[in-house]
Design a protein around this ligand. Structure first.
Ligand SMILES: CC(C)(COP(=O)(O)OP(=O)(O)OC[C@H]1O[C@@H](n2cnc3c(N)ncnc32)[C@H](O)[C@@H]1OP(=O)(O)O)[C@@H](O)C(=O)NCCC(=O)NCCS
Length: 174
């Protein structure tokens, strides 16, 4: 089915939260606490997306990939000075490895470049090997592992970055 990428609307908040929750439960099982994935995550993500997509928005872009009427994936990237910080990138379990993540990331990076971003970065949980391979295949540079606290849980993460956002956009287009 053809994929359509567009900016997220306020009315997309519940379905983005639903996909975000499903993706975390799939990708972070055995990495984050089971209790948080089973229960805590729902309130956190529903509140986050309701707030993020209402009222005055941060500089950046939230992009959804629609397969017909169904949400296949989404990306949120914020402009921090002249950097594009990719906060979230998720493709629905069962629809991965079909180019949707790359299309979303390239689309958002282009939007942020149009807003003045010249570089890009993001954090990846070090144990998320699939995501690490995905970003490395797109030419990311990697910093040393560091311990951070995410939703009250201590995890080892790595910062990945592209000194030139143009290289990220080109890699996503290949
Ligand atoms: C990581 C993620 C966003 C990638 O999106 P995707 O649609 O699956 O990836 P794409 O199909 O666009 O992949 C592009 C390339 O990366 C490779 N790739 C993607 N996921 C991969 C994986 N898990 N392991 C190895 N390679 C992978 C693909 O083979 C493809 O390379 P190719 O075109 O040369 O064959 C998606 O798998 C996902 O949602 N994962 C769970 C959530 C997550 O980890 N998000 C990132 C948090 S930082």
């Amino acid at each position: 089915m053809a994929l359509r990428l567009r900016s997220a609307r306020g009315s997309d908040a519940p379905v983005i939260a639903e996909l975000h929750i499903a993706s975390w439960r799939d990708a972070y099982r055995g990495i984050l606490s089971q209790e948080f994935l089973d229960t805590g995550i729902e309130g956190e993500f529903n509140a986050h997306w309701a707030t993020t997509l209402s009222g005055r928005r941060r500089a950046g872009a939230v992009i959804v990939a629609m397969a017909g009427r169904h949400l296949a994936g989404f990306v949120a990237a914020w402009r921090e000075g002249v950097n594009c910080h990719v906060d979230n990138l998720h493709v629905r379990p069962g629809m991965r490895n079909a180019g949707i993540g790359r299309a979303l990331l390239g689309f958002a990076a282009q939007r942020l470049q149009d807003q003045g971003a010249v570089s890009a970065d993001l954090w990846v949980i070090a144990a998320n090997q699939g995501a690490m391979r995905f970003y490395l295949s797109l030419g990311a540079e990697v910093e040393a592992p560091t311990t951070r606290v995410t939703f009250g849980q201590t995890v080892t993460e790595r910062r990945l970055y592209w000194p030139g956002i143009t290289n990220l956009i080109a890699a996503c287009a290949r």
